[in-house]
Design a protein around this ligand. Structure first.
Ligand SMILES: [Zn+2]
Length: 89
């Protein structure tokens, strides 16, 4: 019986955490990463690409594109793109 209450608390805690994440718009990229593990329907049509600088996977539609040496590269942020270019100099 104690275990049941414990599980219920975890369940509601998790639900509150999830809805909290959805409300905070400024951590959009972090929420997306978490959604990727949970497998949220509606996001599965996204093409996932890897940031060659920080090695993070993210949806291609959010990418910062760079054509480098005839290859298309996709970055999670402008910052990563700039750092990558800097590191190649
Ligand atoms: Zn990055």
């Amino acid at each position: 019986m104690k275990l049941l209450i414990f599980l219920a608390l975890i369940y509601f805690g998790f639900r509150m955490l999830k809805s909290g994440l959805q409300r905070t718009g400024h951590i959009k990229n972090n929420a997306r990463k978490k959604a990727g593990y949970g497998g949220v329907a509606g996001e599965i049509d996204d093409v996932m690409v890897q940031d060659p600088f920080c090695k993070v996977y993210f949806p291609k539609r959010d990418a910062y594109h760079l054509k480098y040496g005839g290859t298309d590269l996709y970055f999670c942020s402008e910052e990563c793109k700039n750092k990558f270019v800097e590191s190649k100099k």
